[in-house]
Design a protein around this ligand. Structure first.
Ligand code: PCP
Length: 407
């Protein structure tokens, strides 16, 4: 095995040589070559469902998809990176998030890595977006690098950021998104310094001033005791306190947060922010926000999010609609209504632009050609720009839901 034998990962060259593919695609390729069978096809990437509980998904991983197919004599079409999508349109037709066109034997061995890239990226981005939609006015930091294989932690942090996280904790992940890594101090600092005041003063002395002073306040004593100690020790330079209370001590974590908030406020530390981390998810985050938490460090729930189960299916062979049971034959153009985010797929040969059955507005064509005959047609967008697109859509979804709530 050539790749990185120390950490058992495939190298980029091995991925591009199709060596991470499922063997039955290699068998198929051999048969087609041996039997000299060449068929021009259209294949669509669709999701029949979303991770549990998700009403919508964030399509992601386009950059990597282009890197995989670049140089192959095929055409690739894709939704923009960071598009909020639904797996099915208003008629329950599967929405194609990407489409590949060309001689099947040229790309058949890449189905596995292609699906892996978009399923993983979209799973992480979707979960991050769902959590960010609960925290649009709060700071959300990805703490998940320690929960995944280090070789992919930059990838995971990139899509946690694209999905909506405001920052990431890992150095390589932050580099990939062009941002400063975010993080303050682990419990180990206090255990090694054996004295909270000494540890806090050392942090304040050594760490560059532009790093916010967020003191961890649950290592040796009660959170409110350590929070008051931190405030009295660092005074004005204390930006916040982080509660990472061990699960054995948690009980109702939101009540501990409310208590610390009260104790800081009655002593005049009203500007000191409260950060929380450890086991955070969509269920407990709203309670912690209500209790006064303003900064949220989320690891496992985002980094180990369920993937979006995409599939790639041939829908046309030599220009004729032809597909397997359970799928919809023929090439489709997906359109989205920018007002209510509903989707309509129409047969590609129909050149009409549909109107949204609810808003009656012209819907927007969503697929763009990103590779022509192996040549990339689009420049990589910055993670910040893609994240901006996601945040805009989350704001629109909030407006739509607000409209529905107020009837
Ligand atoms: C770590 C970090 C978060 C945990 C892990 C990651 O805690 O502070 O609380 O988030 P997750 O639970 O969402 O995956 P510890 O390892 O307890 O603490 P330390 O900060 O000392 O590393």
């Amino acid at each position: 095995m050539q790749g990185d034998e120390r950490f058992d990962t495939a190298s980029p060259d091995e991925i591009r040589r199709g060596e991470t593919t499922d063997v039955y695609f290699k068998n198929t390729h051999q048969i087609l070559i041996k039997k000299n069978v060449s068929r021009g096809v259209v294949a669509e990437f669709t999701a029949s469902s979303l991770p549990s509980g998700a009403e919508w998904g964030v399509f992601a991983g386009v950059d990597e998809l282009i890197s995989l197919f670049e140089g192959l004599k095929i055409d690739l079409y894709s939704l923009p990176n960071g598009t909020v999508f639904l797996p099915k349109d208003i008629h329950r037709v599967n929405v194609p998030v990407a489409v590949i066109e060309g001689d099947y034997s040229r790309f058949c061995i890449y189905e596995t890595p292609a699906l892996g890239l978009i399923s993983h990226a979209s799973g992480v981005a979707t979960r991050a977006a769902r959590i960010k939609s609960l925290l649009m006015d709060r700071r959300l930091i990805s703490f998940g690098a320690r929960r995944v294989h280090p070789a992919i932690s930059p990838f995971v942090d990139k899509y946690a950021y694209i999905g909506g996280c405001d920052a990431v904790s890992s150095i390589k992940g932050a580099e990939l998104i062009g941002k400063m890594p975010s993080g303050t101090m682990p419990h180990a600092l206090f255990l090694i310094m054996e004295d909270q005041k000494k540890a806090l003063r050392a942090f304040d002395e050594v760490i560059p001033e532009d790093i916010p002073r967020i003191a961890l306040v649950d290592t040796l004593a009660d959170e409110k005791t350590e929070a008051i100690l931190a405030a009295e020790t660092l005074g004005k330079s204390l930006y916040g306190v982080r509660l990472d209370t061990h699960s054995s001590r948690r009980g109702r974590f939101e009540d501990i947060v409310a208590e610390v908030r009260w104790e800081l406020d009655i002593r005049g530390y009203t500007d000191v922010k409260i950060a929380v981390s450890g086991g955070l998810n969509e269920k407990n985050i709203p309670l912690l926000k209500k209790a006064g938490a303003e900064i949220f460090g989320v690891g496992t729930s985002i980094s180990n999010a369920e993937c979006v189960e995409f599939a790639m299916d041939i829908v046309e062979v030599e220009g004729k609609p032809f597909t397997k049971r359970g799928k919809f034959a023929g090439r489709k153009e997906p359109f989205r209504c920018d007002t209510c985010f509903s989707w309509v797929c129409i047969p590609a040969q129909k050149r009409t632009i549909p109107r949204c059955p609810w808003c009656h507005t012209r819907m927007r064509r969503m697929l763009t050609r990103v590779i022509a005959d192996g040549k990339p047609l689009v420049k990589r967008e910055t993670p910040e720009d893609i994240r901006g697109r996601v945040i805009q859509q989350l704001a629109r979804i909030e407006e739509i839901n607000e409209g529905l709530r107020s009837g």
